[in-house]
Design a protein around this ligand. Structure first.
Ligand code: SF4
Ligand code: SF4
Length: 487
C-alpha cells in the first residue's frame, strides 16, 4: 500500500492524522522552541483582537501550537498563560458550565488495557441500570441540582445495544422531579454507525463525546488489543460518521499519560482542523483527562505520565489553538489542579461526580460506592461545595443549556461565540440558572454567597433591556416555581 499523504480534508484516518506530519511537526517545534522571533509572532496571532461588537481570535495551527508547547523559555510560558486567560475571559467570561457523568453500564467487550471495565477483568462486578434505576439516578442528580449529564456506557452489543442507550435517554428526559429536569444529555459511547448516530440525534442528544485515547496508531493497537475498539481507523473516523448522521456538536479528547504528550497534542489539533476542513465546524469541546488509578489499573505502569506543570501548559496551548472550543476537566483532577486550569481556559467542570454504575441514588454526599468505579475521583466534594468554591474564587457556576434548547448547535453556536453577544446572552443565562440552583438546591451558606454574586454580576450585562428581563426572571424564580428562562 502506498504511503498515506497528509490531507486534512481526507476521510481516511491515516491521511488526516498523518504520522509523518506529526513527526515533522514535533521536529519543527523542537528546532524552534527557543526561536523568540517566531514564538512572538505566534503569540501575537493567538491574542484576542477587539472588534466593534466583541472579540475575535485567529486560533493556531497544530504546528504553531506545537512550537509553543515545546517552548521552555520561562517568560514566554508566562505569556502563553496570560493569553490563555485573556481568551478565557473574552469568550467565556468568568462562567463555568457544570455537568455530571451518569454511568449506565460497565459491560464491555473491549480489551482497553488502561480501563478496569475491560473484558478480561473478572474481579469487577458487572452492572447495567434498569430503567427504574436510571430514573432513580436521575432523581438523585436532579436533587443535587444538575441539569446537564454525560452518559457513559461500555461497548457491548448484547448488553448495551443502541436501543438500550436510546431508551435510557428517553427515560432521562422524561423525569421531572420537583423543580428539576435534565435539559441536555451528552453521550459518551463507543464509535458506531452513521445510522446509530442518526438515532442518537433524533433522541435529542447534546454533544457526542468520544475520546481518541491516543492518536499514535501503533500504541493505539497495543492499548486496545481486542474487541471492536482495536480498529484504529473505525474509531478515528467516528466523528465524521457522527456528523454525517446529523450530530454537529462533537467532543474530542485524549487520555494524557498513554503516549508522548506532544504527539497527542499535535494529533488532537489535527483532528480539530480536519473537522473544520470537512464539516465547516470544529469540535464543540475538548476533554483533557489524565490517566488515574483504578481497579486493576496502576498509572505507574504507563511511563508517559505528565506532571501538573506540563498539564497546565497543554491546557493553555489548547486554549490558544482552538479559542471557540469548550475545554472540559473532570473530577479525576484534584481541587488544586482544577483551580489552576480554570483560569487557563477550562470552561466546563463536573461536580459531585460518581464514576460507578448506580453511584448516586441511595448514597449520601459523603458515601461513594467503589465496586464498579471506572477511575478514582480525586475531587470528592459535593456539588454544593464545588459551586460555593467556584463562587469564592470569582467564577460563576452556570447550569445553562440554552444553545442546545434553542437549536444553536454547530456553526450557529460558533457564530454566537464570535458575535460578541456573550455578555448579553451567556451571562444572564448563567445568572438565571445559578439562581434556580440557589433557590432549589443550595445550602444556606452557598445561597447567601450566590445571591450576592448574582446581584453584582447582573450589573455587568451591557444591554439595559436584557438586564431588566434577567432581573424580572430571577425575581420570578425566587417567588414562584417558574423555571427554565433563557435567552
Ligand atoms: S475504555 Fe470504554 S471501551 Fe475501553 S474497556 Fe473501558 S468502557 Fe470499555
Ligand atoms: S447561552 Fe449557549 S454558549 Fe452561552 S452558556 Fe448557554 S449554552 Fe453555553
Amino acid at each position: 500500500m502506498a504511503n498515506p499523504i497528509y490531507n486534512p480534508k481526507s476521510l481516511k484516518a491515516e491521511e488526516f492524522i498523518h504520522d509523518g506530519e506529526i513527526r515533522e511537526t514535533l521536529a519543527y517545534a523542537e528546532a524552534n522552541k527557543r526561536n523568540v522571533e517566531l514564538i512572538d509572532s505566534i503569540l501575537d496571532k493567538a491574542r484576542p483582537q477587539k472588534t466593534e461588537t466583541g472579540y475575535v481570535c485567529a486560533g493556531l495551527s497544530h504546528r504553531e501550537a506545537s512550537v509553543l508547547l515545546a517552548c521552555d523559555i520561562p517568560e514566554k510560558i508566562q505569556e502563553i498563560y496570560k493569553i490563555a486567560e485573556e481568551i478565557k475571559l473574552a469568550f467565556y467570561g468568568n462562567r463555568i458550565v457544570m455537568f455530571a457523568p451518569l454511568y449506565l453500564s460497565n459491560y464491555c467487550v473491549n480489551g482497553c488495557v488502561y480501563c478496569p471495565y475491560h473484558l478480561k477483568n473478572k474481579q469487577i462486578p458487572r452492572k447495567k441500570l434498569t430503567q427504574e434505576e436510571v430514573r432513580a439516578e436521575v432523581i438523585a442528580l436532579q436533587d443535587m441540582g444538575h441539569k446537564r449529564l454525560a452518559i457513559e456506557a461500555g461497548e457491548d452489543p448484547k448488553n448495551n445495544p443502541i436501543e438500550y442507550i436510546l431508551e435510557c435517554i428517553k427515560t432521562i428526559y422524561s423525569v421531572h422531579h420537583k423543580n428539576g429536569d435534565i435539559r441536555r444529555v451528552n453521550v459518551n459511547i463507543a464509535a458506531t454507525t452513521v445510522e446509530n448516530y442518526r438515532k442518537l440525534k433524533e433522541a435529542g442528544i447534546g454533544t457526542y463525546i468520544l475520546f481518541q485515547e491516543t492518536y499514535h496508531k501503533e500504541s493505539y493497537e497495543q492499548l486496545h488489543p481486542t474487541g471492536p475498539k482495536h480498529d484504529y481507523a473505525y474509531h478515528t473516523e467516528a466523528m465524521d460518521r457522527a456528523m454525517e448522521g446529523g450530530i454537529d456538536d462533537v467532543g474530542l479528547g485524549v487520555l494524557f499519560g498513554l503516549e508522548l504528550y506532544k504527539y497527542e497534542f499535535a494529533g488532537l489539533l489535527m483532528h480539530a482542523e480536519h473537522l473544520e476542513a470537512v464539516h465547516g465546524v470544529g469540535p464543540h469541546t475538548i476533554s483533557v483527562p489524565r490517566l488515574k488509578r483504578a481497579d486493576d489499573i496502576d498509572p505507574d505502569q504507563f511511563d508517559n505520565g505528565i506532571d501538573d506543570e506540563t498539564f497546565a501548559k497543554i491546557t493553555a496551548c489548547i486554549r490558544l489553538a482552538v479559542p471557540y472550543t469548550g475545554i472540559i476537566i473532570s473530577t479525576r483532577e484534584t481541587e488544586a489542579t482544577r483551580s489552576k486550569l480554570l483560569r487557563l481556559g477550562v470552561s466546563q467542570v463536573s461536580g459531585g461526580s460518581r464514576t460507578s454504575v448506580g453511584g448516586y441514588a441511595g448514597y449520601s454526599a459523603d458515601e461513594r460506592p467503589h465496586d464498579t468505579e471506572q477511575f478514582d475521583v480525586s475531587d470528592q466534594r459535593s456539588l454544593d461545595e464545588v459551586v460555593r468554591w467556584l463562587m469564592e474564587n470569582g467564577h460563576i457556576p452556570s447550569f445553562c443549556t440554552a444553545c442546545y434548547r434553542e437549536g444553536r448547535t454547530g456553526d450557529r453556536f460558533m457564530s454566537l461565540c464570535k458575535s460578541g453577544q456573550i455578555l448579553n446572552c451567556c451571562h444572564p443565562n448563567a445568572l438565571m440558572t445559578l439562581s434556580e440552583y440557589l433557590e432549589d438546591y443550595a445550602s444556606p451558606e452557598t445561597k447567601e454567597i450566590g445571591y450576592k454574586m448574582v446581584e453584582e454580576e447582573l450589573k455587568r450585562i451591557p444591554k439595559e433591556k436584557v438586564r431588566a428581563i434577567a432581573e424580572d426572571n430571577i425575581a420570578a424564580i425566587k417567588a414562584s416555581t417558574r423555571r427554565d428562562f433563557r435567552f
